[in-house]
Design a protein around this ligand. Structure first.
Ligand SMILES: [Mn+2]
Length: 325
């Protein structure tokens, strides 16, 4: 059920390396931080001198992961050299941002990833486009090296696998993801505490902003569409900033019978930021493109210079015309 890591040459190269760099992608998510940390803990236990790096800081909501405070940014790498460099969960070389310079200077570059579009930019590319998360590939690598899966490693890998699978609900969730998590539980994973920290706990500013947005909830399109809006006054009242609106659009989308939804978020610079969601067969990327945005068929967005009222009217016209197709 759990795939074997089949690259004895790489394992030998890792054994020989003393100073190791691990870089992960810009705007790091749970899989980026968790996979890089798990690899770091494993290699440190093998006696390596490991430097963990990311062009951007670790988001506050992941700072509880063991070792999260060890990440450094590019300035801290000035003049340092490494025997081997890893890139983790980075679909292309651009994704490691300004870490690329140090990464490509290493005599051996390795990447561990799970994006099917990965072009294979390192010397050794441990890329499995079928793996649910980079954390799954890191698990295979660590066990292939004979590394003990400690409770710390288990927490980091769980953070990666659970977040990249949408808490085991996305299409990419497979038997291997569950089989690995079963091993992590055996290794001492505090499952309840971890899932509370990763999926339930919210910042107060987010919940207060959500409260303001919910008061504007409106249904249109014959009961098939829903929308909400936010203004700078809502952010001020909630004590919130831009990142606190993440996920709010889903409260409009996740109503029974709703097929398309949007959140229109008026900004101080005269732009309106729009988040759009849909269920098949609808296509909100098409709606976003009308206003200079883009994204996926079922999740898209745009930023457009207009008033909140005009933005809403224009969006609703586009969405309603899809209902009629
Ligand atoms: Mn990932």
């Amino acid at each position: 059920m759990i795939k074997r890591f089949d690259n004895p040459v790489l394992i030998e190269q890792i054994r020989k390396a003393r100073r190791v760099l691990i870089a992960t992608h810009i705007n790091p998510d749970g899989d980026a931080v968790g996979s890089a940390l798990a690899l770091c803990h494993g290699l440190t236990a093998m006696g390596k001198e490991v430097t963990l790096s990311c062009a951007d800081p670790v988001p506050g909501k992941l700072s509880f992961l063991p070792g999260a405070d060890q990440f450094v940014q590019s300035e801290a790498l000035q003049g340092k050299t490494f025997d081997l460099s890893f890139a983790v969960d980075a679909a292309d070389a651009g994704r490691i941002g300004n870490m690329g310079e140090v990464f490509f200077q290493s005599p051996v570059t390795v990447q561990v990833d799970h994006h099917p579009t990965n072009p294979g930019y390192a010397m050794v590319n441990a890329v499995d486009g079928d793996a649910a998360a980079a954390g799954c590939v890191v698990y295979r690598l660590l066990t292939a090296m004979g590394c003990e899966i400690t409770a710390e490693i288990a927490q980091c890998l769980y953070a990666g696998i659970s977040t990249d699978t949408g808490n085991f609900s996305f299409e990419n969730t497979d038997g291997e993801a569950f089989a690995i998590v079963a091993e992590l539980v055996r290794a001492g994973l505090p499952l309840n505490e971890m899932s509370r920290k990763l999926f339930l706990l919210k910042e107060e500013a987010h919940v207060r902003l959500l409260g303001r947005a919910l008061q504007t909830l409106r249904i249109f399109g014959g009961g098939k569409c829903a929308c909400m809006q936010l203004t700078p006054a809502d952010y001020a009242a909630a004590g919130a900033s831009g990142e606190h609106s993440d996920g709010i659009v889903n409260y409009a989308m996740n109503l029974w019978g709703i097929q398309m939804a949007y959140l229109a978020d008026e900004k101080e610079d005269g732009m309106v930021k729009v988040s759009l969601r849909a269920l098949p067969p609808y296509n909100v990327a098409k709606v976003a493109q009308k206003f200079g945005g883009g994204g996926h068929v079922l999740a898209a967005g745009c930023r457009y210079k207009t008033t909140l009222k005009e933005m809403c009217a224009a969006l609703e016209k586009e969405m309603c015309s899809q209902l009629e197709e």
